[in-house]
Design a protein around this ligand. Structure first.
Ligand SMILES: [Zn+2]
Length: 144
């Protein structure tokens, strides 16, 4: 604080305008010396963080879902080829099963296999946001 008032005195020595206008250096020095502001930096930080938390959370959630959409779109790209491959596989399975078993049982086997494939696809795509959230959780908790 002393350095500031010394610089003001030096300026007063050099500046004609401030000298003739009567810059109240002594009064400024006294006021600066007597005024004190007690700051609790930790409490201020806590208040600022609490005020910003809702907005930060909203931004984080928005970014997270944008990333999830991007990853799901990329993961969906090979799906038509996988479905076409599985359709060929199911036809071969049906042809092989209907040769040795009755049509109803062959249908049942193919239907069950197709259902399990459908479940695996659905579970794989549903796992994307869960796995992304789990991989981001350590990073989020070290910040907060
Ligand atoms: Zn001046």
């Amino acid at each position: 604080m002393g350095a500031g008032i010394d610089r003001l005195r030096e300026h007063l020595d050099d500046c004609e305008t401030c000298r003739t206008d009567g810059l109240p250096v002594e009064r400024i020095d006294m006021l600066l010396g007597s005024s004190r502001i007690d700051l609790d930096a930790a409490a201020l930080s806590q208040q600022a963080f609490e005020a910003a938390q809702v907005a930060l959370h909203a931004v984080a959630v928005h970014r997270f879902w944008r990333q999830v959409v991007a990853v799901v779109v990329v993961a969906l790209l090979p799906l038509p080829f996988v479905i076409a491959y599985d359709a060929v596989l199911l036809r071969l399975l049906y042809a092989a099963a209907s040769r040795v078993l009755s049509g109803t049982i062959a249908n049942y086997i193919v239907f069950m296999y197709a259902s399990s494939l459908l479940f695996l696809f659905a579970a794989s795509y549903a796992a994307i946001p869960v796995l992304m959230a789990r991989s981001m959780l350590p990073r989020l908790s070290t910040r907060g």
